[in-house]
Design a protein around this ligand. Sequence first.
Ligand code: SF4
Length: 407
Amino acid sequence: MTHSIRRTTHSVFVGTVGIGSKFPIRVQSMTNTDTADIAATTAQIIELAQAGSEIVRCTVNNDAAALAVPEIIKRIRDSGCTAPIVGDFHYNGHVLLKKYVACAVALDKYRINPGNVGGGILHDKNFSEIISIAREFDKPIRIGVNGGSLDSELLTRNMATNAGLKNPISARDVYINSLVESALSSATRACDLGLCGDKIIVSIKASDVATCVEVNRRLAALCSYPLHIGLTEAGVAVPAIVSSTVAMSKILAGGIGDTIRVSLTPTQSTKRTQEIDVARAILQSLGLVDFIPRVTSCPGCGRAENLAFQRVVSRVNEFVSSRIEVWKKIDSRACEKKIAVMGCVVNGPGESRNADIALSFPGRSEEPRAIVFIDGNVARTLIGTVDQIEADFLSMLDLYFLTSSTK
Ligand code: SF4
């Protein structure tokens, strides 16, 4: 499904991945390995790509990292990974891209932050050098403004100008307007330097939900570049996931956003790929992109045989994840299918009839029979042990998808 409210004038290709209104919203991620560690970075890029990251960004922060990039990209391509690789540059991008030509050639996109390209007269010079290299090697750029690294000269100037007005606006509005100005003036400068519109992606991120939403709305109203969106520095665990989901949902609901990233701090018990799972869940929940068949399941309650029910729900989810790539080859719309696994008769049959294929589990006080629904109708009654019911349902699920294209 493509989104259709806000139209981008340009389509930008990052490697072979198209970005803009003609394409699905793309999920991005970023490595957290030391880029100079070729083996670790290669492994993590492949892991992120396999988890569903359509574009992967790595920091290129020093000579060792820039030297490592060509070998990393060679290794991931040799492994069959096609995800475009983006170099993330701060402070010294103009130096590294000029000094390490192989790095500049190998990367699929350069991300630059106007807030730390250099101060004063050096800003324009350094920025021009990066744009010149992007033009020479036909690379797109992302102009990525962050609340935490907004061009301080610009903000100070705008605050001073506002303070002198007869009716000054709030400091927050000056700040948000300055974020937008930093992004758009840099994009305009890149265009003036000859980088075509179909080579520019813009993003503005903030760590506060309300600011992040507002700044993206103002940015989107003023330009038609493809936009990358995300709540930056979202934090850790559930609060970070909720904050990111709220921010992204509000932005995406306005038709804004062509690529997204969820910026979670991993914990000792979570993997870097969690940010991809969350990003995909946001897009799928909003009906913007279908990555995998949705498995509806109730939370269970005192009516359910909870241990058995929870185990079957987990197994169904694992089975769907393990089989979806096979099913997609048979039915290109397999990801749009709906599966349900329900815990008792109260909502089980109703939800099951709304799914494409479903298992309505018996509750504690019900007859020990699990009913399978297919396309809204009772297809079969399963009896026996939980293991038997689970195995029978997984077989029916597989058969349903393997013959799905004929339905
Ligand atoms: S469907 Fe049944 S088991 Fe599940 S939450 Fe509702 S009442 Fe409880």
